[in-house]
Design a protein around this ligand. Structure first.
Ligand code: COA
Length: 322
């Protein structure tokens, strides 16, 4: 049986850093409140003229270099994002053109913060089906452009960035199992109200900004992320103690701690970037993977569980030997 395996990783964070102290000057908040309630200390934000595809290109270059491949080897591109440059052409085609990748399937998908898990799962399936041999998978977001900067409930949480991986076929796992899910009954708890076919009149106004019922999102996130991890491990017949690393979506340190408690997982086996990145939606898991690979914590052959949860709600996991 053919498996797929991550051959290289990369990330890009915009230059501009916004600390909690910077936010104290913008809304009625404090560094102490943000740190204790969310775990975020700083986040990166794009420049006014910087876009999601700009970040994707930089993250992809690092992953391509890390995998030791040439752009001409790439034969499939999938980008998870909810903040595309344009409605169309999709971000993946913009990245393809900018990097000089030859014609191949290239698309982006929207699954909010679960976007990268959906994208990586798609890559895994196309490789296993024998229809792709070198896939560029990216999770990227410009969430700072979707925020109401007078709403302290949301503006302190989010950051921008991009994480990329190269996925190739392998005789051995690699990716062991993937699980995706969604339940649209929760659509009103976390959403962005302006689109391409609804509420067009508010696009570009102050009303076009993320709307979130934080408390409700928190409760469902904890329950779902614990269930997702349990499902991934049980279906692979792997015990929690065998897992080397959990890389969860970085939404809130308290969500991650509560999930760990439910699972009975020690926090020192969980990769945390929330303090430096904030919630970067679809970029959070691939950036945390890249951070932990580059600092030497995640090593080849180790058992790693990636999981995410986001607006929709959507959720998913990828269990793999790195
Ligand atoms: N600074 C200071 N006070 C703030 C604040 C801020 N940035 N944001 C909210 N508050 C206030 C609220 O107005 C409220 O004040 P009140 O009691 O006078 O009404 C108080 O803090 C408590 O608000 P509450 O919403 O109960 O806080 P919380 O402990 O639930 O934390 C979140 C709020 C948003 C941090 C938390 O609910 C959360 O992280 N939810 C999940 C969000 C998420 O992860 N979304 C993305 C999912 S992918």
């Amino acid at each position: 049986m053919m498996f797929s395996r991550i051959a290289g990783t990369g990330r890009y964070l915009p230059e501009k850093v916004l600390t909690n102290f910077d936010l104290e000057k913008i809304v009625d908040t404090t560094d102490e409140w943000i740190r204790t309630r969310t775990g975020v200390e700083r986040r990166h934000h794009v420049a006014d003229d910087e876009t999601t595809s700009d970040m994707c290109v930089e993250a992809a270059k690092v992953a391509i270099d890390d995998a030791g491949i040439d752009v001409s080897d790439i034969d499939f591109i999938v980008v998870g994002t909810t903040s595309p440059d344009l409605i169309f052409p999709n971000v993946a085609t913009l990245v393809q053109h900018r990097l000089g990748i030859p014609p191949c399937p290239a698309f982006s998908l929207e699954a909010a913060c679960t976007g990268f898990i959906y994208a990586l799962t798609t890559a895994d399936k196309f490789i296993k089906a024998g229809e792709a041999t070198c896939v560029l998978v990216i999770g990227a977001e410009c969430i700072s452009k979707l925020i109401d900067w007078s709403d302290r409930n949301t503006c302190v949480l989010f950051g921008d960035g991009a994480g990329a991986v190269i996925v190739k076929p392998s005789d051995e796992p690699g990716i062991i199992g993937t699980h995706l899910g969604a339940d649209g009954q929760y659509k009103d708890l976390l959403y962005y109200p302006a689109g391409a076919s609804k509420n067009l009149e508010i696009a570009g106004t102050d009303d076009a900004a993320i709307i979130m019922q934080g408390n409700e999102v928190f409760k469902v996130a904890v329950k779902t992320l614990a269930n997702v991890a349990t499902q991934a491990l049980e279906s692979a017949g792997i015990g929690l103690s065998e897992l080397d690393w959990l890389i969860p979506h970085q939404a809130n340190i308290r969500i991650i701690q509560a999930t760990a408690k439910r699972l009975g997982m020690p926090m020192d086996k969980i990769i945390l970037t929330i303090q430096d990145h904030g919630n970067t939606s679809a970029a959070s898991v691939p950036m945390a993977l890249d951070v932990s690979v580059r600092d030497g914590r995640v090593q080849r052959g180790q058992l790693v569980l990636l999981e995410a949860f986001g607006g929709g709600f959507t959720w998913g996991s990828v269990l793999m030997r790195y």
